[in-house]
Design a protein around this ligand. Sequence first.
Ligand code: PGA
Length: 192
Amino acid sequence: MRIYRAKDYEEMSRRAAGIVSAQIIMKPDCVLGLATGSTPVGLYKQLIEWYRNGDLDFSGVRTVNLDEYKGISRENDPAGNTHLPDGMEPDSEKECRRYEELIRSMGSVDLQLLGIGHNGHIGFNEPSDVFDKQVHCVNLTQSTIEANKRFFASAEDVPKQAYTMGIQTIMRSKKILIMANGEGKADIVRDS
Ligand code: PGA
């Protein structure tokens, strides 16, 4: 494991974007595992800038998203090379099986991006979850609902369940890049 320290959010985002772009340049048809949340926003903005400048080519890249709320529909249809759990599929078992099989059919994820929750959750895998899980449906804990209500009108609007890659799915990735920033994450970074 390598630990990079950055002086602030901008530097962290640029360095992380550098790691992602190196992956794309080394293997233009790579599979990237993408994370949501606020942490990777700066990284994505940097990648967009490099793409717009013509320095980065995503045409061969395929992506799989780490997780999705159950019951949330897509605002946009993702393009052909981008994949995420279907939050509108009510049959959890069916959707988890479909998504796990889809990830396997793409071969290994070359580089998986991750954030980490204040309580140490990875994707929607809470710290107490067992490590051998594949894609599964989780009941969100109150602390995760509280932490994520900032993305919704109110805590009541946060879905109560989500589909997430399991730790086993994540650990099959060839490389993993976990990003954490801000004082609020200091304790969990120290304890991880
Ligand atoms: P954040 O979320 O990037 O918005 O802090 C991280 C997470 O909960 O995994």
